[in-house]
Ligand binder design. Sequence first.
Ligand code: NOJ
Length: 558
Amino acid sequence: MRKKWWKESVVYQIYPRSFKDSNGDGIGDLKGIVEKLDYLKYLGVDVLWISPIFKSPNDDNGYDISDYRNIMDDFGTMEDFDELLSEAHKRGIKILLDLVANHTSDEHHWFIESRKSKDNKYRDYYIWKEGKNGEEPNNWGSAFGGSAWEYDENTNMYYLHCFSKKQPDLNWENPNVRKEIHDIVRWWLDKGVDGFRMDVINAISKHPDFPDAPETEGVDYPDFGLVVMNGPKVHDYLRELNEEVLSKYNIMTVGETPLVTPEIAIKYVAEDRRELNMVFCFEHVDLDRDYINLRKKPLNLVELKRVFTKWQKGLEQGGWNSLYWNNHDQPRVVSRFGDDKEYWEKSAKMLATCLHFMQGTPYIYQGEEIGMTNVKFESINEYRDIATLNLYKNEVLTGKRSMNEIMEYTYQFGRDNARTPMQWDDTEYAGFSKVKPWIKVNPNYKKINVKSQINDENSILNYYRKLIKIRKENEIVVYGIYDLILEEDENIYAYTRTLDNKKLLIICNFNEKENIFNMPKDINYKTCKLIISNYEVFENKIDEIKLRPYEARVYELI
Ligand code: NOJ
């Protein structure tokens, strides 16, 4: 296995709007990130992935870019960015930007031009189609509800927007579009950034025939992704981007790729294919979610193990995994797969242990390291996410579903669960801002905050620090081969990592019951050395370990 710095790194994701407000306008900003660099250094992370910071009208919080070479007003100036980059680099921390290139904002000057007339120079920068029998060109549904096509009176045609109607899809078929994107990427890399997370990058190549998506019962417009993801030319486009730009820099890239299996993923990340370094898969975070009926399904641990194991083994040869529980689109993991009440601290640590000992690059989402939880706002008016607000409009206001159903679904899966302000301390607004923030603070900030954890040796925060440190000091955590044990056990997730003659054993109890772990026959418990655990362990070295609620242990086998 080839050694690379990005395989040995831990990435921390910042959602800048909610990280730290430095200028008292209730919105996080770049200077706020600078203020917290020492904290991030203390935590021990190597790379910051910063969600979009480019100019944007914020229909989707920056995932709708109107100018790729300027900073969003809310977040500061280009000088602030330069300061952030240099202050991060001074501390040995790298910066990954979010490249949103499947679509732009409708306020980008390319689109403003494009919609003016059929013969405008920028017309073909976007995807325009005639309607079919007075209706949309096909049945694709947008990710935020309704059709993925918007009728434009001006030229009597429709444009494609896989996300909101303020996020028109770029036409990557057009070589000028690809060249523009290459130039943008080169421009930022020349500035010194260390790589990109690429937003829905496997959606950039649309099928030339624009076929209907398969009908889905109970859904008016089936998910565009069923036809769009992993399109016919996606690999050509990525290889071209790599050859023209990426390969000339020592950087890292991670693609956000819904609807990929390991067999598909390897085509994006195999080293000899020269496309991307890693992708984010969704299989493990889709297990407990019913997208059609908008409901939570109970998590089946055997399934979760099957999915992770498939990915671990699938990318073992020549690929690389990204490891994550959380991001700005997902609910908080401690509320989701752990217990955010009685076993809040234990389950947060257990989940971290389970993920951080796998093979791949771990991603920590802001607040995860202190066990931030989901939030339940009382009224829909307190939510800010376009996905949630559109659900309300499309489902409740049309009478399709009750308000209760939508609130319940939002409590479980709403993206604002991850977007409440970072909880720095127990003062008003959690130390995030001096004024009322753009979105409400989670009311549990008095209990859950950085200040209360930083000096507590047993805190979740210090547990994450320890996990990162162990990774830094033990190559096996990075490069060791993963093997699942106890495949069918419904309560315990246990696996080993092996590198040369070294072995680690990771044992995680995934629920609040006491569960028995039987030491496998080929492991001599007597010689096992505990390297981290979330409970105090009094070893009796009997081959049967009684695991306490959400207990996690990692042993080195010697
Ligand atoms: C994926 C991003 O993570 C999400 O936040 C965004 O809404 C869509 N892509 C559209 O850019």
